[in-house]
Design a protein around this ligand. Sequence first.
Ligand SMILES: *Cc1c(COP(=O)(O)O)cnc(C)c1O
Length: 565
Amino acid sequence: MLSGNTKEDTRIAFFSMEIGINSRMPTYGGGLGILAGDLLRSCADMSVPIVAVTLAINKGNLSQRLDAKGNQIELPTDWRIDDFATLMAPKVSVPIEDRYVKIQAWEYLMTGIGGYQVPIYFLDTNIFKNDISDKRITYYLYGGDKRYRLLQEMVLGIGGVRMLEALGYSNIRKHHMNEGHSALVTLELIKKMKEDKPEYKDGQILKLAREQCIFTTHTPVQAGHDRFPVPLAKCLLRGYLKDSEIDEICHEDELNMTILALDHSKYINGVAKKHGEISRDMFPGYPIDSITNGVHHVFWTSDPFRKLYDECIGGWRKDPFDLRYAISVPKEGIMQAHAEAKRLLIDFVNAKHNAGMDYDTFTLGFARRVAMYKRADLIFSNQDRLVNIAKNTGPIQIILAGKAHPSDAEGKELIKTIFEDIKKLEDDVKVVFLENYDMELAKLIIPGVDVWLNTPKRPFEASGTSGMKACINGVPSLSILDGWWLEGCMEGVTGWAIGSVDADQSDDSKDAKDLYDKLERVILPMFYGDKEAWAQIMQYTIAFNSSFFNSHRMVQQYLLNAYHV
Ligand SMILES: *Cc1c(COP(=O)(O)O)cnc(C)c1O
């Protein structure tokens, strides 16, 4: 078997607070972590000499139960990291306040299509020698307060760099920070360089450090950018930096992790063309490029479509550009594969919820984190209109899923409101809200619906990736023109837009009207009246979009623009 690169040959280190490997390893929250997993899956397939660092999340990301009223109940997810990963011998420590917190690492090897292995290290403070509160630093994903978050970021950034060195990765040339959570990587690199090259001036050191750092920003939503009060930073970092050094990296009385990463990175990118633009407006003066996200094409393809592609597009597993050839895959094959994926979903929904859904009814899907800007309830905003369309144009059934962040009271309320909507619609439009949205459920829901809906408030959807998972399964999107859909939407060819690009802000009632109009006048008439045209759309969706919005292309763009070493 082809083994991975040797440690000395590994040139790139990737740091991410969360990495989604599979649904049995609950070390991810949503889009960001799953994207990190897809990036590494593609690196493994393409033998990219990369190593990844993340946190162990010993107690697992919360799993979601929903009671009859839609109240979200959060349960810890039981899992043992030693079922999946191997404990490494080296230990490192990070100075926190007046003590040293010890860190160990678990190695998971992600194996690519040709046997090449990319190591992923899970940093873990749950060690006998740490006191009880320090053991908890790596327990929860995004749990706790600002203090807990900064502790985690010290372990990830400072501890991450130290651990790679202790493990024998002595030739890392590029440090890729996936979101600002790992921005402390930059300070540890500078510290190391100062020790190695005492003759260098600060300016030279900074230049050298910047050469080595890559930063990807993932969201225009303010809450996604970590900022810590200076007194908190000084308290936790006091064993690591002098007060004056902390002052130097703070802005406006805060330690801002995005600014820290921006200031120390030579290559910076947003995750779609439009998001690059938005980020340049948010952070003027920084040279922010963009690399549009992609999803791992084999991982997100349902079994029926894998079979079809294996039969009709020989090389697609190794080379997703081949998916362009879907243009000559027989449409009957595509329709049949989709019908099979749909049957699996409808059977699941009926068995679990006694939903009474059927195979032939037009099925709309919506699943992602329940955050207010994503407007999961937009489709229910005018129920009379929705019922009218279902009665007069063609029946509709809707499948939803998504977790609200445990501290997001508004998001939790929204789920309850949707449960009320579901009740009201009961007789006319069947709707189910599936609990505990995770990667496994995503693989069932997304390929199984007929149209994938996305209704974020512009311009807050940096990229979005679930629509890309849909297109590899021949499922067209109906979406607000934001994020990746600005690049992927060919109206009436790969799906449909809601609203226009011209309006600067989203207007809920206008967007809802547009959504209903499109369902009523274009989508439902075609679905029920013109199967040939519908199959054509599915085919174009695969050929034009999945051949581009995959993580192999994304990694190649990182290699071209950022990783070149
Ligand atoms: C793909 C995915 C997401 C991200 O969905 P978006 O539409 O990009 O927000 C979130 N959660 C799970 C489980 C996913 O598979």
